[in-house]
Write a protein that binds this ligand. Sequence first.
Ligand code: NAD
Length: 473
Amino acid sequence: MNTITKHYIDGAFVESHGREVMEIINPTNRKVIAQVTLGDEDDARRAIAAAKRAFATYGRSMMEERAKILRRLHEVVSARIDDLTAAMVEEYGGPAGFSRVIVEAGANVFLAAEKALQELPLTRSWGKTTVTLEPVGVAGLITPWNANSFFLSVKLASALAAGCTAVIKPSELSALQTQAWLECVHEAKLPEGLCNVVTGRGELVGAELVRNPDVAKISFTGSVAVGKSIMRDGAATMKRVTLELGGKSPNILLDDADLKKAIPTALVIAFLNSGQACVAGTRLLVPKSRLDEIMRAIVDAIPDFPVGDPSDPKTAIGPMVTRKQYERVQSYIRKGIEEGADVLVGGEGHPKGLEAGHFVKPTVFVNVKNDMTIAREEIFGPVLSVIAYEDEEDAIRIANDTDFGLHAYVSGTDVKRARRVASKLLAGRVAINGMLDDQQAPFGGFKHSGVGREFGTFGIEAFLEPRAILEAA
Ligand code: NAD
């Protein structure tokens, strides 16, 4: 069995001061696959001190030095794509196909950040005024479990591009993936203290980052509840915060949508990462006039989304990450039924033959009203709510009637019309006719989906502070 007892501080793997030992359980078969020793506040403080020392020089680094580091990180992470993918499959039950795509995206963000850095003017001047964009200081990076190496890479890339040093607090559910990723970072031979990583509980290690006066900025991805507490607790030390939180993203099928393409795509978007994705399109808004046809198309397409062993490349939906997450999804399915929605496919319980792991049935509800719990709260599992609308205005109204605003999707053959609808949606990203990504485009949410943006120049700017120097004539 794998045993992890060390954190990564000041360029070296060091023994944990924290003594709590946690078991890592493979969600596919519930077997214990690793033991990890969790860090505590003391470990966090050691890491912050290392990052602070490193910032004294790295904070003054030139663009070319930062670009070189980003290129090096791209190389070392790219060389371990297979290992990082295997760790995601084993530790999270991430479906192999999706896991590979997201791990590769994580390797590529280093190059994307380098490109953005080259395009970002760090100095601007006019007349007797000069403005420089200065790194904000030590950055505390706190990440969730659902796409570990991707989030570690995205946040580290932007922080280092800006000239910040980092202390990362990954989710405690991802020790194996973090270990593989850290071996890459170590291989990159960065200057000591640039990237420090302490795995531990949020309320200990994460909370220390949030309250420590030597941390200038928190970039957090995770739940709305924890995001709010970070904003509140960070105020005491005037933390700059970027919060990437949850979603309940609408996917509007316009009445001219080609169902042969739009329905399979809608299911991909809904069941992404077994439904454990912040960007999942979990409210499918469909024209009332085509409801019967759409329900038939969904039933026909479901066999193309098999549930099962995540290491099998044909599997579309793997297990839920933990027992707790399995129970959470079950409770929402029960709630949907209690509140009067109809189960079109799926329902409660395990799929037949998959009782040994945290597997759930991909579930599609119809006759959902937008005020039902399953249409309002983030479930984080493969559960899709189909909501019928009267006309375009009604679709836009329902799409925007949510506390969230992370992502939205529109499908239709008249692209001009799809663009018009997209421009009325209150979401940080709107994808037309597909599940799309652009690592230079800003990523983040309106409303309760968060504060600030990641990716590209937008993501780097979040770690910078402008300073204007004004001279007398
Ligand atoms: P979570 O909020 O429970 O935990 C996220 C991280 O915060 C973990 O590392 C956790 O240990 C830490 N944490 C917990 N309490 C803390 C505290 N008091 N102070 C500081 N840190 C603390 O979220 P999760 O269950 O790991 O992830 C799922 C959530 O993440 C979902 O809501 C999902 O929508 C969201 N998410 C958002 C995005 C995005 O980019 N917007 C991407 C992926 C996931």
